[in-house]
Design a protein around this ligand. Structure first.
Ligand code: ATP
Ligand code: MG
Length: 237
């Protein structure tokens, strides 16, 4: 299955409002796709649909050919929600071990995930005593457990310093090179630049689906910030 993620004609209503309005895109294995757009444009909602934790009113969402949210689809997905879903009263390692047990990953897989997010020194600390950026990395490590084929990372680098961000983006590129399909949301344009493809959302619609270089060329701009503004201001859908 080359297109690990398939989204077609996706429509989502939340609290009676249409927040995703007919979005479609496919994501192949071995790729790094950025999901960008203004606050409230629907990035997290689209990710939640792919993760299978958000009902949709119309369209299709499939992972590895299986209906999103089904047992088979969930088994393929690692998801880091925007708000970390971790146990504050457990240590870093205990959190990882808890989720690892549920998906059949052993102790070596736990240690590997902790190392990948550079939390080795914090493994025995209680999560409620960690900084915001450290908690976010615990949540990322949980998503990485078991080396899933699809990784959905909702603003994974918020609150991190430039060195850690650099490390994580290098990790994302490595995982893509190894065959993982990654979808990463971000507000930060220098991060969007690192994606091979960008999906630009506004008001629950897909305004652009292009490589960063193509987006700049199409808008006659030299930086992604300007390209983003040009698309947001001029494109009507
Ligand atoms: N729990 C919720 N209940 C009802 N509506 C919600 C809920 N969460 C988000 N929404 C609405 O859905 C729309 C899309 O929100 P979403 O969180 O997907 O946006 P986003 O692009 O991820 O924004 P941000 O960049 O701020 O994270 C917004 O209009 C928001 O108000
Ligand atoms: Mg969001």
């Amino acid at each position: 299955m080359d297109n690990l993620i398939q989204v077609g004609g996706l429509v989502v209503d939340r609290s009676g409002q249409r927040v995703v309005d007919g979005i479609g895109f496919d994501v192949p294995s071995g790729s790094l796709t950025g999901l960008i757009g203004p606050s409230g444009s629907g990035k997290s909602t689209v990710m939640r649909c792919i993760a299978g934790v958000q009902k949709h009113a119309g369209g299709l969402v499939k992972v590895g050919g299986y209906e999103a949210g089904s047992r088979m689809a969930r088994g393929l997905v690692g998801y880091q929600p925007q708000r970390p879903a971790v146990y504050l009263d457990l240590t870093v390692r205990e959190n990882l071990s808890y989720f690892a047990t549920m998906i059949g990953v052993g102790a070596s897989g736990v240690s590997e995930a902790i190392d990948r997010v550079s939390l080795g020194g914090e493994a025995s600390r209680c999560v409620e005593r960690l900084s915001g950026g450290q908690v976010a990395r615990v949540s990322l490590a949980i998503a990485l457990l078991g080396s899933p084929s699809v990784l959905l990372l909702d603003e994974p680098t918020v609150g991190l310093d430039p060195v850690l961000r650099e490390d994580l983006w290098r990790l994302f590129a490595t995982l893509a090179a190894q065959g993982t399909a990654l979808v990463v949301s971000s507000h930060v344009m220098d991060e969007a630049e690192r994606c091979e493809r960008l999906l630009l959302l506004r008001d629950g619609r897909l305004l652009a689906d292009a490589a960063p270089s193509a987006l700049k060329a199409e808008t006659g701009t030299t930086d992604l910030d300007s390209a983003f503004l040009a698309v947001i201001r001029t494109r009507r859908v």
